[in-house]
Design a protein around this ligand. Structure first.
Ligand code: ADP
Ligand code: ZN
Ligand code: ZN
Length: 662
């Protein structure tokens, strides 16, 4: 008798055997429809055997093996198995996540591509700028890699990193191979897609991100699997694209937090990409102006090869960065005289400015000065944000909305105020101060759909705006030729945040947003308003010295034995009340104690910083080890114990390996 071993999308860390007398080893990697529970399920065949350790007479036959697409290759299955082990996530759920929804459900798109990739035969008149010396060195290093090697391409925005990726991809396509390029945000892919397709007019380029419709996503996946795609360009999920001739992986903006998924399979696409490159014995390029400290530490310790681009490719000089000391100044609507003057100068010259404030809405809270009432969300440990334009209070964590009360709900005081400042309030203030200026606000409210976002971008590029007000949405990857001033307001809060990664994120954000200015022949200026002008983080920004910043941060992390000098995982629990969450974690901790082998530290269960979200009370338990293998072995043993724990029915828990949020 023959059996197939099937991975199913169920929250159980085991495989399911079925009888399948016509199955052979060639069916591994195919989808199978099997009876499960009261109905059927589609899963993936990961093994074919003539024995099974389950009672044979109890095993049901498969309903169908779907042979209408080629099997997923062994390396793809191995990639999923790696995620299963590393992130302690059931294999069937990993595979289900890695497949496009349509294929997951056992269906196929109506039409499919034909033939193999054109591999750029008709490369028309493609313009390739002659490489600068450092670019040349980088391209040569990457293209001459024999087998697995991880490169960190470190260079400020505009230093020509993308040009380096494109040249490396050039070599891959010339050899008839495939390249995979990961980028952080869908918002950025259209520009990059255009640049890539202009460079490789004959190549088949597949884009993969959550904005691609179901059928197109399945088609793209099949184009990759069947070898038609030359280049796959996409967000984190595209790290799971099957590519039989993959020869190069690029991860642009490798430090970006969006590479880490915060739900379900909590994977880091960057880390999975490095594993994949190693598994396939191919080079991988991680690019960034502000590498993550994990990556940078590998680069200075020699594990990764550091390639540096020190100069901007086009603009002569980097922007001049200055701090504006706001301690002794009465700010006008949150803005210093220096910033207001600088804006006025740009308006006069017909140049663009950007004021960066990473807080959307009108004001972060509505408050009553008489009794101390504040607009708290009743479902979360958070305030409801004032959105004056549509007269709503809105919780940015759970989406709860309410009208803006006319008087204090507690004491009836009619004199209640919005406190603090968001982008809408800044917009209002700037409109009043500069009535002649064309002001455009860009945040998740004004750019709520990709279409609105594209319209806003087009307006900026067409020069239809004088002052941009933006959150981090605007910080990334855009090239606005006439932008010469960036003002940063309200950044100090992140300096002293409890999260040890906050400075790293702030530095990256400010570097990125500062990089928006003066990208062509016009010199750029960055003004950072702060009450801590001497802070080392701001000093490093003024000096354009990422390395100095990284060294001080790494020193601090080493002293505290934080990552990258230790490896962490978080067990999180959420329930109706905190006592339940903490009790579960206490039991989990007790179960863990005998398993640590003295190599893993267990912390105490504590409420999460956002202790309440959508009416659930959340707590966490941190585990840490100086040894990655010790942590992995511990987690595997611990997971079994966790599944055996008796938890209240409505309690949810999950494990987050290499967490980014605490
Ligand atoms: P990054 O990815 O580091 O932000 P890009 O590769 O996008 O940098 O380059 C920034 C700008 O410089 C782009 O307009 C690009 O076309 C141009 N550029 C890059 N390399 C060169 C070069 N060697 N010669 C001329 N222009 C270049
Ligand atoms: Zn009141
Ligand atoms: Zn809420």
């Amino acid at each position: 008798m023959t059996f197939v071993r099937v991975a199913l999308d169920v929250p159980l860390s085991r495989l399911f055997d079925y009888r399948a007398d016509d199955a052979s080893a060639a069916d591994i990697g195919l989808r199978a429809v099997v009876p499960f529970g009261s109905s059927g399920k589609t899963g993936l065949i990961v093994g074919v055997a003539d024995t099974t350790d389950q009672p044979q007479d109890k095993l049901k036959p498969v309903e169908a093996i779907l042979r209408d697409m080629p099997p997923l290759p062994g390396d793809w299955i191995a990639l999923c198995e790696f995620c299963n082990r590393y992130y302690q996530h059931p294999l069937g759920q990993v595979m289900s996540f890695a497949l496009p929804p349509m294929l997951r459900k056992g269906r196929l798109p109506k039409s499919r591509g034909k033939g193999r990739g054109a591999s750029c035969k008709d490369a028309r008149e493609v313009v390739r700028p002659p490489l600068l010396a450092e670019q040349q060195v980088a391209v040569e290093a990457i293209t001459s890699a024999r087998g697995f090697e991880t490169f960190l391409l470190h260079g400020v925005t505009g230093s020509g990193k993308t040009e380096v990726y494109l040249r490396a991809i050039d070599a891959v396509l010339a050899a008839g191979k495939q390249a995979l390029m990961l980028v952080p945000e869908i918002a950025l892919t259209p520009q990059l897609e255009q640049r890539v397709s202009e460079r490789f007019p004959g190549a088949q380029i597949v884009s993969a991100h959550s904005g691609v419709a179901d059928a197109a996503r399945a088609r793209g996946f099949l184009d990759a699997l069947e070898g038609r795609a030359d280049i796959v360009l996409g967000t984190r999920l595209s790290v799971f694209m099957p590519l039989p001739r993959l020869a190069l992986i690029v991860v642009d903006e490798e430090h970006d937090a969006s590479f880490k998924q915060q739900e379900g399979l909590r994977y880091s696409a960057r880390d999975v990409a490095v594993f994949r490159a190693k598994q396939l014995d191919i080079p991988i390029v991680l690019g960034s102006a502000t590498p993550s400290l994990e990556t940078y530490q590998h680069a200075i310790s020699g594990r990764y090869r550091l390639l540096e681009l020190h100069h901007r490719a086009v603009a002569e000089a980097p922007p001049e960065v200055r701090t504006v000391d706001t301690r002794r100044e009465k700010l006008q609507d949150g803005m210093s005289a220096a910033l207001i003057d600088a804006l006025a100068v740009r308006l006069e010259r017909g140049e663009q400015s950007l004021v960066f404030l990473n807080r959307r809405g009108y004001a972060p809270v509505l408050a009553c000065p008489a009794c101390g009432w504040v607009s708290r969300c009743r479902r979360c440990a958070a305030n409801m944000v004032v959105h004056l334009a549509d007269q709503r209070l809105r919780c940015h964590h759970c989406g709860l909305e309410a009208g803006i009360p006319k008087a204090c709900p507690d004491c009836g005081n009619q004199d209640i105020h919005p406190f603090g400042r968001g982008t809408q309030r800044l917009d209002a203030a700037l409109s009043e101060r500069f009535p002649q200026a064309r002001i455009l606000r860009i945040d998740r409210d004004s750019a709520s759909t990709p279409k609105k976002w594209q319209t806003l971008l087009a307006a900026i590029h067409a020069g239809e705006a004088d002052i941009l007000i933006g959150t981090q949405m605007l910080a990334k990857g855009h090239d606005f030729p006439r932008l010469t001033l960036v003002g940063v307001v309200g950044a100090d809060a992140a300096l002293f945040a409890a999260d040890f990664r906050a400075p790293e994120r702030l530095f990256a954000q400010l570097m990125q947003v500062g990089g928006r200015s003066g990208r062509h022949d016009l010199p750029g200026e960055v003004l950072i308003q702060t009450e801590h002008p001497g802070h080392p983080l701001y000093r490093a920004l003024v000096e354009h010295d990422y390395a100095a910043f990284a060294r001080t941060q790494l020193d601090e992390r080493q002293m505290a034995s934080f990552p990258p000098y230790s490896f962490q995982a978080l067990l999180r629990a959420e329930a109706r009340d905190m006592a339940q969450s903490l009790a579960f974690l206490a039991a989990a901790r007790a179960a863990a104690s005998p398993l640590t082998g003295g190599m893993v530290d267990l912390y105490d269960p504590v409420p999460m910083r956002m202790a309440r979200l959508k009416n659930l009370e959340r707590a966490q338990l941190l585990v840490e080890s100086a040894s990655r293998p010790a942590l992995q072995a511990f987690l595997t043993a611990w997971m079994e114990q966790l599944h055996a724990l008796k938890a209240p029915r409505e309690l949810r828990w999950h494990l987050d390996v290499d967490p980014l949020e605490y």
